[in-house]
Design a protein around this ligand. Structure first.
Ligand SMILES: C[S@@+](CC[C@H](N)C(=O)[O-])C[C@H]1O[C@@H](n2cnc3c(N)ncnc32)[C@H](O)[C@@H]1O
Length: 210
């Protein structure tokens, strides 16, 4: 299959499809759907989807070149449970994704925007979590990893201030690699420089209003 054919197979153009997205129609089945935001170079979604065949995976990535890089790692036979969307995700994500869609949302090494004046650009903000809460199923999880210690504290502070998510880890985070962890390109680059990821997993509490 050429790269153009693979792009046609894997990439959903949200300008071209009916919204909100209908995952049963997109995948042709009603298996659970997991979302990865900021798929980067695609190691995670390519490996995870090959292992977890009974799950459908949506990867969202804003950079067009990275969409091509991810697609090159995917095989339409091995990874037929994957679709990609090129999009800048923000608090409006729930406008094109139905309520109660995902069992897990993965956000690995989101851009840390280290300068204080750039903190407003950080993905993890209360309004964004309001939207993630809507598109998660009851008992669904947001799983986040970051190598940036100050961003880790920022993330914990925001989640701890909310009653609609509970940390899965007793003290709010873990420095241990979770079982079956798949490390990503950015995680490995930062590990070479001596950084260690903080893992923060949160479970949605309560139901969406219909
Ligand atoms: C630091 S990289 C991490 C990539 C990958 N998750 C990993 O761990 O290797 C952050 C990625 O998220 C993408 N990204 C950042 N903000 C985004 C947004 N608002 N919506 C979609 N993708 C975003 C960037 O283009 C980049 O590929």
């Amino acid at each position: 299959m050429t790269i153009e054919e693979k792009l046609r197979f894997f990439v959903i153009d949200i300008e071209e499809v009916d919204l909100p997205l209908n995952f049963n129609k997109i995948f042709g089945n009603d298996k659970p759907v997991h979302l990865e935001i900021g798929s980067g170079k695609g190691e995670f979604i390519a490996k995870k989807s090959a292992i977890e065949k009974d799950v459908n995976f949506i990867g969202i990535e804003l950079k067009p070149k990275r969409i091509v890089t991810i697609t090159k790692k995917l095989d339409p036979e091995i990874n037929k449970n994957v679709r990609l969307i090129k999009l800048y995700v923000d608090e409006k994500i729930n406008e094109f994704i139905p309520q109660d869609s995902f069992d897990i949302i993965y956000i690995q090494h989101p851009d840390p925007w280290p300068k204080r004046r750039h903190h407003k650009n950080r993905l993890i903000q209360n309004k964004f979590l309001d939207s993630l809460n809507k598109i998660l199923k009851i008992n669904g999880e947001v799983q986040i990893a970051t190598d940036h210690p100050e961003y880790a504290k920022w993330i914990q502070k925001i989640f701890n201030s909310r009653s609609d998510f509970n940390s899965i880890f007793e003290n709010g985070y873990s420095m241990e690699r979770p079982q079956n962890h798949i490390s990503t390109y950015f995680e490995e680059r930062w590990a070479e420089l001596g950084y260690h990821p903080t893992f923060m997993f949160y479970k949605k509490v309560g139901q969406n209003e219909k």
